[in-house]
Design a protein around this ligand. Sequence first.
Ligand code: ZN
Length: 203
Amino acid sequence: MKLICIGRNYAAHIDELKNERPEEPVVFIKPDSAILPKEQDFYIPEFSDDVHYEVEVLVKIKKVGKHISKQFAHKYYDEIGLGIDFTARDLQSKLKAKGLPWEKAKGFDGAAVIGTWVSKDKFKNIDEINFSLHKNGEKVQEGNTALMLWKIDELIAHVSTYFMLKKGDILFTGTPAGVGKVSPNDYLSGVLEGEQLFEINVR
Ligand code: ZN
């Protein structure tokens, strides 16, 4: 399986990193080895001094599809989740400056946190889901899927033009503003519509 990730999908986050607004979604892939095993602590890798959390709404793909139209995209998922796209920002900045791929900064072991899944039937409207990330008990990121530049079904249509989606693939839909550095002994927890879906200890 693969993790398909979207960058720059919230205007306020684009501004905080001083990035340009893209004309179409920014897409990258993390390998399945990036998934942090359940109940395991996150270890800051030795090659970075500036690993950032990025909380993101996740969508689990339930069947194979390609060239999926926006109108039928909702048939390809039943579960919504919450996770973290950990990013070695110092390494990513260096690679970006040279025009090189980001994979080492985004796809390293443990760089993808995947929380508990929630049935999409629980939500009145998936384009209006509140979520937040808390660090040591303090809210550091807050978002709502209504603020996405490209909504979930539009993202599925876009990415399936390039990559065949397979059962079990996971879409990371981009992070809202408020990203920041993690330090050893930080405790992170992610909340979606009032329900805590993951907690992580940083080492
Ligand atoms: Zn991200």
